[in-house]
Design a protein around this ligand. Structure first.
Ligand code: XMP
Length: 499
């Protein structure tokens, strides 16, 4: 009944996730027993097989912190200067689990006018005050909107209205998060800066609101940590000569994996870059791509890539297939490349086109070790950019890195269009709805994936591979009518609430 994956994907037709459907297998275990532990790269293991894309409307420090906190990983985009990318990486590496992500910090000389600006931009209610105006500086005090709101002269300095550190409840970083939270809750105060007790330097902030929010979120899985116990973080770079310096600088700050970000990764530029990186900074794993065929994969694997990023034109904002006439249906691309990469024991990342947990399940059971998301995570609290309203709907911007909009800022190297002033867009720019926190979304996605694995009778990634290779995982294509039937139909109206 049905086809093996080898039969289905060997017929000269390429399929994407929605084209294929899996036959259910036999269930003899609970969904909670499914173990989704996986390889991000040859040398990095993570518990949650989902990662965020290096796009400038998806992954900066906040997203990378959130993704590593829930057991996945984030890749910092590189449509910013080397210094900015390093600052983002440092913020991830400095973050402590349980603390507020990147607390607002100002210098004592900042004016109330500056605080007003912060309030509009980032929803300021309070800020720590340190001598350097940043985490790591000596804690001088705390300023809240209440301290500042009734002061008529907005050129007044923060130091004149703040509460001094000596009058604050201040925690010591040597105490565990649980103890610090208890201390804050007992105190009835709203916020507690935490310092290095010996030096008085600000380490982070714990708030009543963040404790409350944590209680409302589903329990996170084990976070992804590096060898020093810091949050895991990846970053993207290009393949220009200047990117070699950027790579070495990122490695010095502890980046765990580098993605060579090209829409067509099978190039001499990328092969040379992989070889350079493996020789110069062997401690950092290199992810090459994007590719969709076994021939492309072979060249990058032979060059020494530690993982491959698969997908060309499948992304929600992509127009590469229309503009350049190249690409492949994502289900076929994942299956074919995964088969070859397995011979090298190298994992692949299924990148683009993921719209729901079913797509993640399909990507993983067809051979990907992780799924990379762009649009799914755009519009979350942790995605870069501010919320705004379009037709009464709260949205954030989401754009392709090959959109004219993004290329204007420098991402054109990804599309090899730096030669000349005529830029051809390979992506679009638009908006996506507010989706709340990614820390809430990922656990729901993961549970959906676990149920999918259970339905197929697969207990783990390795088990799914075994079933697929033995021809025991049966698949078929769906007609347009079958796809329509598989979605919601015949409703007058309905609300799709996913989590
Ligand atoms: P999703 O479907 O998750 O896809 O939004 C994200 C992936 O799309 C790729 N990407 C692009 N592809 N033109 C393209 O052809 C673009 O402008 C573009 N921007 C991003 C990228 O691989 C990303 O992870």
């Amino acid at each position: 009944d049905g086809f093996s994956a080898a039969q289905l994907f060997g017929q000269g037709v390429c399929y994407t996730y929605d084209d294929v459907i899996f036959h259910p297998g036999h269930i003899n275990f609970a969904a909670t027993e499914v173990d989704l532990t996986t390889k991000l790269t040859k040398n990095i293991t993570i518990r949650t097989p989902i990662v965020s894309s290096p796009m400038d409307t998806v992954t900066e420090a906040d997203m990378a912190i959130a993704m590593a906190s829930v057991g996945g990983a984030g890749f910092l985009h590189y449509n910013m200067t080397q210094e900015e990318q390093i600052a983002n990486l440092k913020a991830v590496k400095a973050h402590r689990l349980g603390y507020v992500t990147r607390p607002e910090v100002v210098s004592p000389d900042a004016t109330l006018e500056f605080l007003d600006e912060l309030a509009t931009r980032r929803g300021f209610t309070s800020a720590c005050v340190t001598d350097t105006g940043a985490v790591g500086g000596k804690l001088l005090g705390l300023v809240t909107s209440r301290d500042a709101e009734l002061v008529a002269d907005r050129s007044t300095k923060v130091v004149d209205v703040m509460t001094s550190a000596s009058d604050l409840l201040v925690g010591s970083a040597t105490d565990g998060v649980a103890a610090l939270e208890e201390l804050l809750l007992k105190s009835k105060k709203g916020k507690m800066p935490v310092v290095n007790a010996e030096t008085g330097e600000l380490v982070g902030l714990i708030t009543r609101a963040s404790i409350k929010q944590k209680k409302l979120l589903p329990p996170p899985g084990a976070p992804s940590l590096d060898k020093k116990g810091r949050l895991l973080c990846g970053a993207a770079i290009g393949t220009r000569p200047a990117d070699r310096d950027r790579a070495v600088a990122l490695a010095a700050e502890g980046v765990d994996a580098l993605i060579l970000d090209s829409s067509q990764g099978d190039s001499t530029y990328q092969i040379e870059m992989v070889k350079f990186l493996k020789k110069t900074i062997p401690e950092v794993d290199v992810i090459a791509g994007n590719i969709v065929t076994q021939n492309q994969a072979r060249r990058l694997l032979d060059a020494g890539a530690d993982a491959l990023r698969v997908g060309m034109g499948s992304g929600s904002i992509c127009t590469t297939q229309e503009v350049c006439a190249v690409g492949r249906g994502q289900a076929t691309a994942v299956y074919k490349v995964a088969n070859l990469a397995a011979q090298y024991d190298v994992p692949i990342i299924a990148d683009g086109g993921i719209q729901n947990s079913g797509h993640v399940t399909k990507a993983l059971t067809l051979g990907a070790s992780t799924a990379m998301c762009g649009s799914m995570f755009a519009g979350t609290t942790e995605a870069p950019g501010e919320y705004f309203y379009v037709d009464g709907v709260r949205v954030k911007k989401y754009r392709g890195m090959g959109s004219l909009d993004a290329m204007k800022k420098g991402s054109d190297t990804r599309y090899l269009s730096e030669s000349g002033h005529l830029k051809v867009a390979q992506g679009v720019s638009g908006t996506v709805k507010d989706k709340g926190s990614v820390c809430k979304m990922v656990p729901y996605l993961i549970h959906g994936v676990k149920q999918g694995f259970q339905d197929m009778g697969a207990k783990s990634h390795a088990h799914a591979t075994e079933l697929r290779n033995a021809g025991d995982m049966r698949v078929e294509t769906r007609t347009g009518a079958a796809q329509a039937e598989g979605g919601v139909h015949d409703m007058h109206s309905y609300k799709k609430v996913l989590w």
